[in-house]
Design a binder for this molecule. Structure first.
Ligand SMILES: NC(=O)c1ccc[n+]([C@@H]2O[C@H](COP(=O)([O-])OP(=O)(O)OC[C@H]3O[C@@H](n4cnc5c(N)ncnc54)[C@H](O)[C@@H]3O)[C@@H](O)[C@H]2O)c1
Length: 347
């Protein structure tokens, strides 16, 4: 394999464009090809990466022996099949979130990656954001003490996505707000807790805002989800996600809080991540803004991907973690359906 890895982007929507920028900024990659069924998306892409090859269907790009790595930026129902086909074709894969439609598919990806001996990573780029990395570093240095509980929320007031039509169709998306945006904050909060093994979940989902969609649009997925997850060793995580909900406009946005025995971390503030420690008897504490690293977001994600491919690192969000993420999501959906808490069994 040449030192410069040739990357192919499969799916030219917003995430595909971010992956391409990430490869270009990370160094050591060449953005070499795009596949998308929509010609205008390919044309836009080629205007930014002249010389890249273009293909209509994903399978055509996968057949190109010059491509070393691919980004799977397709609708959720195509993640597993395309990722597995890419692994069989000898490519390393960066697959968009959610890892798959369900646990079964995520396990199939894990198996295929092991068989092909190639890297699979999932594009949960929040892990690689500036405040998020700063928070992780502070926790790893022990500033928070034992970080035992986290709260992650992404509560949009109005923002049901449609994309090219599949986001609100369960058979193609696997779910709604939970699997789409809940997965980001679930992943981040879980990461900051140190990725303990999930053992159970309790969740409730809603679908209340179908009336805000155009008349011809049929939605059969959740537009809000609320959950509590338990982990081996006693840690816990609260998750809230909405595409649409009535709330104070100031609530729009994301929250990620980590509660530790010595300190708390608020990841999203106007000052970036802030650590609060030395709590006095009244509950006052001194804020310590945490310095973010220089390389962030998709560039940092792709840098890590490259280090994993070169054998210098192990994926922090690889095939195994993808299975665990899907176990948590699936357990929340099952709990919402049954009204009971759901046990998550060992892999
Ligand atoms: N990480 C993030 O922040 C983030 C943000 C948005 C979307 N996503 C994820 O990215 C994925 C794509 O989302 P999107 O918003 O771009 O959706 P989209 O509907 O806008 O785009 C999907 C694209 O896939 C193309 N496509 C479908 N089948 C294809 C095939 N067989 N071969 C080639 N191209 C094909 C379509 O032509 C379309 O351009 C989803 O899994 C979504 O969850 C992630």
């Amino acid at each position: 394999m040449s030192q410069q890895l040739r990357a192919g982007i499969i799916g030219g929507g917003w995430p595909g464009q971010q992956h391409a920028k990430g490869y270009a900024a990370a160094g050591g990659f060449k953005v070499a090809a795009i596949a998308d069924l929509i010609p205008s998306r390919r044309e836009k892409f080629l205007s930014e990466y002249p010389g890249a090859k273009q293909f209509a269907d994903a399978a055509e790009l996968l057949a190109d022996g010059e491509i070393d790595v691919v980004s799977v930026c397709l609708p959720n129902y195509l993640h597993a099949a395309t990722t597995i086909a890419a692994l069989k074709a000898g490519k390393h894969v960066m697959c968009e979130k959610p890892p798959a439609m369900n646990v079964k598919e995520a396990k199939q990806i894990e198996k295929a990656a092991a068989k092909a001996n190639k890297i699979v990573m999932y594009s949960v780029q929040r892990r690689f954001g500036g405040p998020e990395q700063a928070a992780k570093q502070a926790i790893e240095k022990g500033y928070a003490g034992d970080a035992y509980h986290a709260r992650g929320t992404w509560m949009r007031t109005r923002g049901i996505p449609i994309g090219t039509g599949w986001f609100i169709d369960k058979s193609r998306a696997g779910g709604g707000a939970l699997i789409d945006i809940g997965v980001h904050l679930l992943d981040l909060a879980w990461f900051l807790l140190g990725q303990p093994r999930p053992i159970g979940a309790y969740g409730v989902t809603h679908q209340r805002f179908a009336h805000t969609l155009e008349e011809n649009k049929k939605i059969d997925v959740d537009d809000a989800a609320f959950a509590m997850i338990r982990f081996e060793g006693g840690k816990s995580l609260e998750l809230a996600a909405s595409w649409a909900i009535n709330q104070s406009p100031q609530q729009q946005g994301t929250i990620c809080r980590v509660y530790g025995e010595k300190a708390a971390i608020e990841v999203y503030t106007p000052e970036g991540a802030v650590l609060y420690r030395n709590f006095d008897a009244k509950g006052d504490a001194k804020p310590h803004p945490l310095k973010p690293p220089k390389l962030v977001s998709h560039a940092a994600l792709m840098r890590h991907f490259r280090e994993c491919i070169l054998g210098k690192a192990t994926p922090i969000i690889g095939a195994k973690e993808g299975v665990q993420l899907m176990q948590m999501i699936e357990a929340i959906y099952k709990s919402s359906e049954s009204g009971k808490s759901v046990e998550i069994k060992n892999n």
